[in-house]
Structure formats: C-alpha cells, structure tokens
Write a protein that binds this ligand. Structure first.
Ligand SMILES: [Zn+2]
Ligand SMILES: [Zn+2]
Length: 192
C-alpha cells in the first residue's frame, strides 16, 4: 500500500489495493464491535496526482464487513462504499504537535490533520495502510442494523420479532383497552 512520490505527476495515476484480514488485524483496533477477520478483502481504488508541491489522493473503498445487528443480534454482511479524498502538503521542517501524528509522519511518510481530508507528507515514499484504516473507521456504522426496518428482539421475551410476533406485543396492545373495559364495566355497575 505504498506510493512513491516522485512517480506522481499532475496527471492522475490509478492504483488499486486490497485490504485483507492481515491488514485488518494490524490496523483495526480489536473490540466487540469489530469482526476478528474479513470474509473477503476490502478493495480500494485510488487516483493520485500532484498539485504543485501538494499531493491529491481520491478514491473509494468497497467491500463487506461481517457485523452484528444492534437490534436482532444476527450476523450480517454490512456493505461499505466509502469515497475519500485527502490533500497532503509537504511537512518541511514542521513536526505535528500530537505525538501520534509525529510518529505517523516518521513511520508512514504521512500524517493526517484533525479532519481526515488534509495532512502532511515527508520523504520519498508514503505508506497508506493506516490511512485506509481511518477511511474504514469513518465508514463504520455507529449502530449496525442488518436491514432497514429490522424489528429486533422483543425486550420482554427475547424472541426475534422478524421471525414471529410474540404474545408480549399483543398483551401490551390490548392492555389500555382492558383498562377502559374495566372502567366501563365499573361505571355500568355503579349506575345499576
Ligand atoms: Zn437485525
Ligand atoms: Zn415477546
């Protein structure tokens, strides 16, 4: 996932990369919300060109991630289609204020600013693997949902309401009427 700076010109050059499980394990922080491995590599299409001293990268990251639905807890394939772009200017003698950025500039030849759309580069070679992990992090859903309209699990009996309606919903639905019914009956009795 490297790019040699002196191979770039003001005419865009196309690159394609694959981010596989090895990349995933190295660059995505393990946690309950992340799958342990990818079923298929993520595909990255990148176009890169120079703008004076600056470098301009743009492209898309595509693929699927095995995630767990936050509503029904089913495993599902979450489609990713994330466009990205970043403009890097030469760092010169500058060093990023944050230690993480300084290490990235040293190690990868690039670091990102506060947003992920600008950054600095240094040296003849840029390692993009950590940058792609930022793109994936941006693309990850805060609340993974297997599909729009997933009914989720019943909070009372735990049944999957996508598969079958449970009686809990019925009881709840009828209860206000049951109360009304009682009131009505009570009033009628009182009148008699
Ligand atoms: Zn679901
Ligand atoms: Zn239920």
């Amino acid at each position: 996932m490297r790019i040699l700076v002196d191979r770039l010109s003001d005419t865009p050059t196309e690159f394609s990369f694959e981010a596989d499980t090895a990349w995933w394990r190295m660059h995505m922080r393990p946690g309950p919300e992340f799958p342990a491995e990818l079923e298929q590599p993520l595909r990255i299409a990148l176009r890169a060109h120079t703008m004076g001293e600056d470098l301009y990268f743009e492209g898309t990251l595509d693929g699927t991630l095995p995630l767990e639905c936050g509503r029904c807890l089913a495993r599902y394939r979450h489609s990713l289609h994330e466009p990205f772009r970043v403009v890097l200017e030469p760092s010169g003698a500058r060093v990023p204020a944050d230690p993480e950025g300084a290490r990235a500039l040293e190690r990868d030849g690039m670091c990102l600013g506060e947003d992920v759309e600008t950054g600095w580069y240094r040296g003849p070679e840029i390692e993009l693997a950590p940058f792609f992990s930022e793109v994936v992090a941006t693309a990850l859903p805060l609340q993974p949902v297997c599909r729009e309209g997933c009914a989720g699990l019943c909070y009372r009996c735990g049944g999957d309401r996508n598969l079958a309606d449970c009686d809990c919903a019925e009881v709840e639905k009828s209860s206000p009427f049951a109360v009304l019914e009682k009131l009505r009956v009570g009033r009628t009795e009182g009148e008699c």
